[in-house]
Design a protein around this ligand. Structure first.
Ligand code: SF4
Ligand code: SF4
Length: 304
């Protein structure tokens, strides 16, 4: 049985990709199951989707902890999440990155097929949804289904949701990706625990707060200060920007921002880009239309 774990972001097509792959396996005469896993947040939040493909019927319905393959649809996730966690020693990665395989750092060396999926998607589809590009790269990395079966899978799943023209365009980008993927081995020296420090000491807690350190399934720690591990600003390349000349300091945006990321200093209101997830609520609520969304150049602007 082949077990594949997709890492993407909500609203960027990783679930559709996993369904198209499962359908392709079906067209190849195999058995397949797929299901996603979402957190409480939706668009932009990291999501995973799982696919199992087998010659025989599949009865396992658990999450995949030790995949044979990982597929990473969003390059920023390589910096934030240990996507190689549990990957089998002979497992492979299919990674969206502008870098060469040897320039990518994961938690361990991974034999990887790498493609600049955003570039191909933007040039061919006119947007940066990378799911069908990554499927083309995935089929290059494994012969679990043929390119023809993949095209049938994409057409079947994308057509019902996005229409025939869009589905055919996605078949086209899968074909381009199949020819453009680069093979190599990643570096294995990234330490993700640096991104998950435990957590503030008693002096850093807000006054009056008594929240004990808590462990949930798998030993993961949650509790006060967990914002340090949930850098919601990494969910989008757009950030809210306040036009100080238009702003009348009514504070509506500050009270409505779900991330609490708008702060008032003595002179003006400022957005903490590290936590702005570009939900745009502040822009809708602002009576003076003083808030617009601006594009940043990359995560390095907000994550030091
Ligand atoms: S877009 Fe506005 S409301 Fe949404 S997180 Fe950013 S600052 Fe807050
Ligand atoms: S809602 Fe608009 S006008 Fe009011 S404080 Fe925020 S940016 Fe300024």
């Amino acid at each position: 049985m082949l077990e594949i774990r997709f890492h993407g972001r909500g609203g960027t097509g990783s679930v559709l990709a996993s369904r198209a792959l499962a359908k392709a396996a079906f067209y190849a005469g195999k058995h397949a199951v797929t299901f996603p896993s979402f957190g409480a947040e939706r668009r932009g939040a990291p999501v995973v989707a799982f696919v199992r493909i087998n010659e025989e019927p599949i009865y396992q319905r658990t999450r995949i902890y030790e995949p044979d393959m990982i597929v990473v649809l969003d390059e920023s996730l390589l910096e934030l999440i240990d996507v190689a966690k549990g990957l089998k020693s002979d497992g492979i990665g299919v990674l969206n990155s502008t870098k060469k395989p040897g320039q990518i750092k994961l938690s361990k060396p991974v034999k990887a097929w790498v493609i600049d999926a955003n570039k191909i998607a933007c040039e061919t589809l006119g947007h940066s949804i990378t799911n069908s590009v990554m499927l083309g790269a995935l089929i290059r990395a494994t012969d679990i289904v043929s390119l023809e079966n993949l095209e049938q899978g994409i057409l079947s799943v994308f057509k019902s949701k996005l229409g025939e023209n869009v589905a055919r365009k996605n078949v086209e980008v899968a074909e381009i990706a199949y020819e453009s993927t680069m093979y190599g081995t990643t570096e294995g020296s990234r330490n993700y625990s640096d991104l998950q420090p435990w957590l503030p000491d008693i002096n850093e807690l807000p006054i009056g707060t008594i929240i004990p350190k808590t462990q949930v399934n798998g030993g993961q720690q949650i509790g006060p200060g967990s914002a340090k591990t949930r850098i919601t600003g990494s969910w989008s390349n757009f950030k809210a920007e306040i036009n100080q000349e238009k702003c009348i300091q009514c504070l509506q945006c500050m009270f409505h921002c779900p991330e609490g990321t708008i702060q008032q200093n003595s002179e003006e209101l400022v957005v903490n880009r590290r936590y702005c997830k570009a939900c745009r609520i502040c822009g809708y609520i602002c009576p003076e239309k003083a808030i617009s969304m601006i594009k940043i150049n990359g995560l390095s602007e907000i994550i030091k």
